[in-house]
Write a protein that binds this ligand. Structure first.
Ligand code: 1HN
Length: 380
């Protein structure tokens, strides 16, 4: 008989214990030891699963939504990508992000709104005449352009072009909700008068002209936007990002991520939003990175080429315009499937939030399979 058996065998005391447990439950409490196993996982517990949402599966539905779901039905025409590891009581793409394909049709105007969660768009399709206006900056978007909507900025969307505009929204809604700090507003006014779109208050290409040249910054540039939660540069042109990748493509690059650039806040060199890191990575023809995992989760959008990401030993193939996620603490390595073409993948992770909360560590595998932990590892 074990010591534990001996302890519970005394039926009189066991009965008293059970009575006490029931009394504690009636008092809205419980003994820690009765559920401890569930509260103290030996490894990070991750409910989300790796998944690829394929554009070829979504295209017909996204385009149809553009035709049969009018603005009156949808404040925003986003099709949210739901992680199959989560149930619908907690709909989300990962633990920390809401990601959607959205479509805005020629001639449409979607009215301004504002919210505390941080948002962003990665443009996939337009003829250069689809736009979003963020806090007075009206930005016409081209493929691969990023525009952020920092916490507390008014934004409205529209399409002055001849073809549907499709982009990927990536928002930190689950983070705002975790802290009970999610709030949305819809009543936009200018000088006390309700308006259906913002009047531009910044000159065209304000972001590029003030902030997109590295190393120098106009002294008179506006530095604070919304809740002062991040980068004053909102719009990042793909041509600039691609040029930055090309400029370093002959360097060794990062063993785990290839030729990768982070979008940075020109004011402090840090990530462009408080809760999200944004990066673009070039996988050169035939490139196959080493494997690592960390306590952040990521969502990727495929901008150029095709390849696969091996996540916890399983291969997930992707092509242009597909979206895939790497949940927290899963080993992953990227492969460019082509020996002649580049692959370029865009990534938004929750690493800045995880780091700020002191919960970040990373495990790296070298080419021999030896694992090194960066940051303080919690021993078993
Ligand atoms: C949202 O506010 C936007 O602002 C897009 O355009 C997609 C998906 C879920 C919740 C809020 C937008 C969204 C969203």
């Amino acid at each position: 008989m074990t010591k534990l058996d001996a302890i519970t065998e005394d039926t009189e005391i066991e009965e008293k214990r059970q009575q006490m447990y029931a009394a504690l439950r009636a008092l809205d409490a419980f003994g820690f030891w009765t559920i401890q196993g569930d509260m103290e996982p030996r490894e990070p517990r991750v409910r989300e699963v790796p998944h690829v949402w394929r554009w070829k599966d979504f295209e017909e539905h996204v385009m149809l939504a553009g035709e049969i779901v009018p603005h009156e039905l949808a404040d925003r025409r986003g099709i949210i990508l739901h992680n199959p590891g989560l149930d619908m009581t907690k709909p989300a793409t990962t633990n920390t992000q809401f990601v959607a394909y959205s479509v805005y049709m020629p001639g449409e105007v979607f009215h301004p709104h504002i919210h505390s969660p941080a948002a962003s768009r990665m443009l996939l399709k337009s003829d250069g005449k689809g736009y979003t206006t963020v806090e007075g900056e009206k930005a016409y978007l081209e493929r691969g352009d990023l525009i952020t909507t920092p916490s507390g900025t008014w934004h409205d969307h529209g399409n002055e072009g001849d073809v549907p505009m499709v982009w990927v929204d990536m928002l930190d809604i689950p983070v705002a909700m975790l802290f009970n700090a999610g709030k949305f507003g819809f009543d936009y006014t200018e000088n006390g008068v309700a308006r259906e779109m913002q009047s531009p208050t910044r000159s065209q290409l304000y972001s590029q002209r003030h902030f997109a040249v590295g190393g120098v910054r106009p002294r008179f540039a506006e530095q604070v936007i919304g809740n002062d939660n991040g980068s004053p540069q909102l719009h990042f042109k793909y041509a600039d990002t691609r040029r930055a990748l090309n400029a370093v493509r002959d360097e060794a690059g990062d063993p785990y991520d290839g030729v990768i650039v982070d979008y940075v806040n020109i004011m402090d060199g840090g990530p462009i939003q408080r809760t999200q890191n944004f990066s673009m990575q070039l996988l050169r023809p035939g490139e196959h990175t080493l494997s690592h995992r960390d306590t952040s989760s990521s969502v990727y959008v495929v901008i150029e080429g095709s390849g696969s990401t091996i996540i916890n030993g399983r291969e997930y193939k992707w092509e242009e315009d597909d979206i895939f996620c790497v949940p927290t603490y899963m080993w992953h390595e990227h492969v460019n499937a082509s020996n002649t073409e580049d692959a370029v993948i865009y990534c938004v992770s929750d690493a800045p939030a995880v780091k700020k909360l002191g919960l970040y560590w990373e495990d790296r595998k070298d080419s021999q399979g030896n694992v090194t932990t960066i940051g303080k590892a919690i021993p078993a």
